[in-house]
Ligand binder design. Structure first.
Ligand code: KG4
Ligand code: ZN
Length: 366
């Protein structure tokens, strides 16, 4: 392969690791860009709302129901026939076991049926690849993406299941340099939302509530970890719980699910704003330290929390080089990032997985 010239390919991506059943077709350009041809997502988020978090059995049942129609629609929207699909990429780790299994089984079946090479993709590593995707139309096959990340890349993946700092020196040369030691940051948004009575998922609802709040009202702790690029969010979540109990005149024994009805709207807004600022500061501070150490050419923030506008404002003000964010709709789980990641792996010489041996792994190890 000539330097800088990538194979022109169409890749079908499939994602089912959590509560989104997704399929997408991307086309890859000769100089490396990735163009989005279709992006279909069926979310079971509403089914989980009454439980305040994802229920694995409900998620798996919903994937079963949606996966075939979602793939069909992704193929149709992309105006691609099976003949023109060059590879199938599927999330095979990490995630909910039963949910992953459905995507992997369907991908294997399609790979067998249509004789397409199959690539198992790590969901966490794929999140930053949402930033490589462009929707620009081009007749040339060169999809100009002025924001295409350049190596070395420091990527922060901040979502409901993961909070990882990853250093990419190349597409196939990466290492995790930091991670949460307990809860993921999105999970902390979800739990705090539950305490103060906001709907699931907590990220968007805390962000909306925080708009009218005083972010300096409550002094909440930024956890210190022994490793400079690690984060911790469980202490922050407990600090919000204690503050909320104190606000209504109760002590630590008062059940968290009975607090919300006794908080007034000002208290809720101030708590949402103070929590949001502290959680995001935790991320930005770790990023600042990693940037000082690794001098990346590009910093990428991806994952559901990257959709947060306050985070975008904080990084714009604080990080000199700026941050490359994926398009808003590609921050949360999608299959386009899975296909995009697979493209760069293929271009980097990674071989297809064996149909009979590719397995789903729920473990969060990257
Ligand atoms: O990437 P994602 O769709 O799924 C995982 O891989 O986990 O991320 C979902 C998480 C949820 O915890 C949700 O509350 C959070 O991302 N999230 C946000 C925002 N939008 C979604 N957190 C903060 N602000 C947002 N605007
Ligand atoms: Zn995700």
């Amino acid at each position: 392969m000539l330097r800088g010239i990538m194979p022109l390919m169409r890749i079908l991506g499939i994602e089912s690791s959590c509560d989104e059943t997704a399929a997408a077709v991307v086309e890859t350009g000769v100089r490396g860009g990735v163009k989005l041809l279709s992006n279909v997502i069926a979310s079971s988020v509403d089914l989980h709302a009454e439980y305040g978090g994802v229920v694995p059995e409900i998620a798996a049942r919903s994937h079963l129901e949606h996966i075939n129609p979602v793939i069909k629609k992704a193929m149709k929207d992309s105006k691609t026939s099976w003949k023109n699909i060059d590879a199938i990429a599927v999330t095979n780790r990490p995630g909910l076991g039963g949910s992953l299994l459905i995507g992997v089984m369907v991908a294997k079946t399609l790979s067998f049926l249509y004789k397409k090479p199959l690539y198992g993709v790590n969901h966490v590593l794929a999140h930053p690849y949402a930033a490589y995707i462009s929707e620009a139309t081009s007749q040339t096959g060169i999809f100009p993406t002025p924001t295409t990340p350049k190596f070395p890349v420091v990527a922060l993946v901040a979502s409901g299941g993961h909070s990882h700092l990853i250093l990419f020196r190349g597409h196939t040369d990466y290492k995790v340099i930091g991670r949460t030691t307990d809860d993921a940051v999105g999970e902390a948004f979800d739990k705090v939302a539950k305490i103060i009575g906001l709907p699931y998922p907590g990220g968007p609802s805390v962000e909306a509530e925080a708009k009218d709040g005083d972010e300096n009202k409550y002094k909440l702790p930024i956890a210190k970890t022994s490793h400079p690029y690690n984060f911790s969010f469980s202490g922050l979540k407990t600090a919000v719980l204690r503050q909320a109990q104190a606000e209504i005149g109760e002590d630590f024994r008062f059940p968290s699910h009975m607090i919300a009805p006794r908080l007034d709207s000002r208290q809720k807004a101030d708590m949402a704003a103070s929590f949001q600022l502290t959680a995001l500061e935790t991320l930005v501070k770790a990023l600042e330290r990693a940037i000082a150490e690794y001098s990346p050419a590009t910093v990428v923030i991806a994952g559901g929390v990257a959709a947060n506008k306050k985070l975008r404002e904080l990084t714009a003000n604080r990080l000199e080089k700026g941050v490359t964010y994926p398009d808003f709709k590609l921050c949360t789980d999608n299959a386009a990032m899975i296909a995009a990641f697979a493209h760069y792996q293929i271009a980097g010489g990674v071989k297809a997985d064996h149909l009979m041996t590719l397995e789903a792994h729920s473990s969060s190890e990257v």
